[in-house]
Design a protein around this ligand. Structure first.
Ligand code: SF4
Length: 451
């Protein structure tokens, strides 16, 4: 019964591309099917280059992309790289005896397949107008029609963007000021201490109960943070970043902020499973295979990553290196002086390297003296023309961006000879606060601000 239901649904979806459906329903061996599907997709792509004015130009782009995506998925090369065959799976669903040996497709699977096939067939319906009217005219008339189109597009974009509060909105600033007072009261601290980045690192919230005292958590959030502690999965939030979260757990405005650092139950369970599993590796960026010496990652001919410290003031759930970090803001996470020196010497003798990205972890957790020393050493290497510093402290701990730190870093910024660039990353407008903005501005005043 279940099998028939799945088959019927799959047939319906495949019906969007009748030729593909016919191939899939045939009794041909899988190898033949792959060839025929390849031919079908190639012909569809060629046909898409016909100058058919009834097709919206953006729909054409989708057709081309969907076609290439599907060709890629069905290619033998992709299957061998992924170690998985979608074609076999579809074949099994349509022709297999029973479905007990294979996982049943979820609604999301059908939805993805459906939209991919609609893309291939130029039937997404995403662009209701056929072709923009201005294409049929020239001169002022075309310009006016085009301008009207652009106004419509801008309004749509603004409507979507306007759904999200910014941390620079007056009422949000007022709300955050109350959050700050609540947090300061809890820690019995002063406004002056709030401005001290070291106070924040000493008061990083590392457990579910403290967090739940300070903001209301949903049951799942509470359980996930509790489990993260039990499983020793790095977790932490700076008091500053916590002040960006709304007290109530409705997540109406602060979901994007909470979701970056408060792990989901799924995340915690998967992290634990993959970390403890022998067959899986969390090193999906292949750090181990691209690190010629401790502290260095080299993936490009002229750029290297230098990692002087492997921890952060808080841990993002999307971090590509969270599996390498032992704990949030841990004291033993910095590369020892000797190892850092060896990494720098490696850059020194590798003359092809002209750009060093200092990241980690968050390198701005190091003391000013250590940062200065590191920049001093790198700036003495003739072939290093650019030093980028990747940091999220303007977002997670803007108090760290002190005038003295900026001055120390700027000291090594010598445009035309060797430039220093600070690269940061805001995930959501709710993270942009007057304090974060000021931290970024401090760097920009010296011309060393990044994105
Ligand atoms: S700031 Fe960067 S390095 Fe640190 S936890 Fe977040 S993503 Fe990872």
């Amino acid at each position: 019964m279940r099998k028939e239901r799945v088959k019927a649904r799959l047939r319906r979806v495949l019906g969007i591309a009748p030729a593909l459906k016919e191939i899939m329903l045939s009794s041909d061996p899988v190898g033949h099917k792959r060839k025929k599907i390849g031919n079908f997709l190639a012909q569809t792509e060629v046909a898409s280059f016909d100058d058919d004015k009834s097709i919206h130009s953006l729909e054409w782009v989708l057709t081309r992309d969907a076609n290439r995506t599907l060709s890629n998925i069905f290619s033998a090369r992709s299957e061998s790289l992924a170690g998985y065959s979608l074609l076999n799976y579809l074949n099994e669903l349509l022709h297999g005896e029973h479905l007990t040996d294979i996982p049943e497709p979820k609604p999301g699977f059908f939805a993805e397949l459906e939209h991919l096939l609609k893309g291939v067939m130029g039937k997404t319906g995403v662009y209701p107008e056929k072709t923009p009217a201005f294409l049929n005219y020239e001169g002022a008339k075309a310009a006016k029609l085009r301008s009207a189109d652009l106004t419509r597009m801008a309004r749509t974009a603004q409507r979507f963007l306007g759904r999200y509060d910014s941390g620079l909105d007056d009422d949000v600033i007022r709300k955050r000021s109350l959050n700050k007072s609540r947090i300061l009261k809890y820690f019995r601290a002063t406004e002056l201490e709030w401005e001290d980045w070291k106070w924040h690192t000493r008061h990083i919230i590392r457990d579910a109960d403290t967090l739940n005292d300070l903001i209301k958590l949903t049951d799942d959030e509470y359980r996930a943070v509790k489990l993260a502690g039990e499983y020793k999965i790095p977790f932490g939030i700076t008091p500053y970043y916590l002040s960006l979260m709304d007290y109530e757990p409705s997540r109406e405005y602060d979901y994007a902020v909470r979701a970056q650092v408060i792990p989901s139950l799924y995340y915690v369970e998967k992290m634990r499973y993959f970390r403890d599993s022998e067959e899986h590796s969390m090193d999906f960026m292949l750090e181990r295979d691209t690190s010629p010496i401790e502290g260095i990652t080299r993936r490009y001919p002229m750029i290297v990553i230098l990692k002087p410290v492997l921890t952060c003031p808080q841990i993002c759930v999307y971090c590509q290196r969270n599996w390498e970090m032992e704990d949030v803001y841990s004291s033993n996470a910095a590369l020892t002086r000797e190892r850092l020196e060896k990494a720098i010497e490696w850059i020194e003798v590798t003359e092809e390297i002209n750009e060093v990205l200092i990241t980690g972890g968050d390198p701005l957790l190091l003391s000013n003296a250590r940062i200065e020393n590191l920049l001093f050493r790198l700036s003495r290497i003739k072939h290093v023309e650019r030093i980028r510093i990747g940091t999220r402290t303007p977002v997670t701990l803007p108090q760290r961006i002190t005038d003295s730190l900026v001055r120390d870093i700027n000291h090594f910024h010598n445009p035309g000879k060797r430039e220093i660039i600070i690269v940061t990353h805001f995930e959501h407008p709710y993270e942009i606060t007057p304090q974060a903005l000021e931290a970024v501005q401090k760097f920009r005043r010296y011309g060393i601000g990044g994105i």
